[in-house]
Design a protein around this ligand. Structure first.
Ligand code: UDX
Length: 442
């Protein structure tokens, strides 16, 4: 019998997981408390930008394999396997993760289940959560229902969410139940046939794999950005440095792109939540280095503000054109985006800030409505005293000095992602500065 799946929480992770599971042939029910979102998804409309996902969503809404509901009761009756994909945002004013959505999703689902079922957590949670959640399930479960439980962290990247879900580089399952493990092997049979590594482990390891991976990636980025600070003083070229150490297979070149640093809905909050969790465990010093990683990252944003101020002499009366507002290219997500943060800082310091992002204008305007949003690259550069590239969209990477020289007031550009060719801009008569390069006297 084919398993019927539900996915509770239809944000980035949940909507992607639901559509991909339908693509694998399962009947899937997506569940969310957000009525508007459920209506949009039911019409096959995706409320955020993610390549490949709209087509998959439309295909399976049309085929009937993928449906959406706001009813947890309906989910409990429908599903054999329930994936929990609700958010664990940073708690306001604290570093710790807010577990209220996971807790209430699992408690209400478990209380409504009347048959044998498996609940699988996918959200990123503090270590120790699974055991706590397992006992909640035990407390609320109907005596007629046998509910299995597993933790199966998700490693998908925005912009590659479909590929990462359909072709994961590994699967991690934490459980103490052989039948849970066996059911998940059934769910992931397609990946297992391709010999995708399947790591079957305990709850704590599964929870930690996710936060350890994100902490490592954040550390890599801040590591190279710390060297940017050195290069900015002594001279040298951060890209060449990253290329050269990246050739060492033990180090690897990926995630060594120096620039305005990391943002988004995961890396920043996950390293903070990890610190908060280990402190709770009495291990105050163990993850202290992550505080440094966070600080290096945030200092990059200050550095851009400083560079722009230096280049312009003063900010009031000057027009700054910001290229990009998403936290990374191929996404319309502006959560903790370095670009938007830098734009807001420049605005608050008195600059006239124009901003253009190929996909994220709308979300940026919701968070920071007072900037002057533009619809094209020439429009944002019109009248600019300086251009500041902060999200490395292809459109910006391919930009040539002569594409925008007619529009600008002053030929000044800051490369906040190290993606432009400095010589090309200098040869065209521009004043070119970048993160991770020493600024020459004007
Ligand atoms: C991340 C993890 O990669 C993913 O495995 C996890 O499931 C969720 O968190 P995501 O938030 O989509 O994914 O973004 P990612 O591609 O990791 O980039 C994070 C941030 O780091 C972006 O702001 C990006 O611009 C920045 N970054 C990345 C750098 O500054 N330099 C790099 O070399 C790489």
């Amino acid at each position: 019998m084919t398993l019927r799946l539900t996915v509770i929480g239809t944000g980035y992770l949940g909507a992607t997981h639901a559509a991909c599971m339908a693509e694998l042939g399962f009947e899937v029910l997506g569940v969310d408390t957000n009525v508007q979102r459920i209506e949009e998804l039911s019409r096959g409309e995706l409320p955020f930008h993610e390549p490949e996902l709209p087509a998959l969503l439309r295909k399976h809404v049309a085929s009937g394999k993928l449906r959406f509901t706001t009813s947890i009761q309906e989910a409990a009756e429908f599903g054999d396997v329930h994936f929990i994909a609700v958010g664990t945002p940073q708690r306001a004013g604290e570093n710790a993760a807010d577990m209220q959505y996971v807790d209430s999703a699992i408690a209400s689902l478990a209380a409504a289940i009347r048959k044998d079922a498996l609940i699988v957590g996918k959200s990123t949670v503090p270590v120790g959560s699974s055991r706590r959640l397992k006992s909640i399930i035990h407390d609320v479960a109907h005596h007629g229902a046998k509910i299995d439980f597993a933790w199966n962290p998700e490693f998908l990247r925005e912009g590659f969410a479909v590929q990462d879900t359909l072709h994961p580089d590994r699967l991690v399952v934490g459980t103490d139940s052989p039948s849970a493990d066996q059911k998940l092997r059934q769910v992931y049979a397609a990946a297992l046939r391709r010999d995708t590594p399947y790591i079957s482990t305990d709850f704590e390891t599964a929870e930690l794999v996710k936060v350890a991976a994100n902490a490592f990636l954040a550390t890599k980025i801040s590591f190279i950005n710390a060297f940017s600070e050195v290069v900015e003083v002594v001279g040298g070229d951060i890209r060449t440095l990253a290329d050269a150490i990246g050739h060492d297979a033990r180090i690897g070149r990926r995630f060594l792109n120096a620039g305005a640093g990391f943002g988004g809905g995961c890396l920043p909050k996950d390293i903070r939540a990890l610190q908060a969790r280990v402190s709770e465990l009495g291990l105050d010093h163990t993850m202290q280095f992550l505080n440094e990683i966070d600080e290096i990252n945030l200092r990059r944003r200050e550095r851009v503000v400083h560079l722009v101020t230096e280049e312009l002499g003063e900010l009031p009366g000057k027009t700054v054109a910001i290229l990009g507002s998403a936290f990374k290219p191929n996404s319309d997500d502006v959560r903790d985006s370095p670009a938007l943060d830098i734009a807001a800082k420049l605005f608050n310091a008195g600059a006239d800030v124009k901003m253009y992002d190929p996909k994220a204008n709308k979300n940026a305007a919701k968070r920071f409505p007072r900037l002057n949003y533009c619809d094209t690259l020439p429009e944002v550069m019109e009248g600019a005293d300086i251009g500041v590239l902060l999200t490395e969209w292809d459109e910006f990477k391919m930009m040539k000095p002569y594409d925008v020289e007619q529009q600008v007031k002053q030929k000044k550009i800051v490369d906040g992602r190290n993606v432009l060719n400095p010589q090309e801009w200098k040869d065209a008569g521009w004043r070119f500065t970048a993160l991770g390069q020493r600024t020459e006297a004007p």
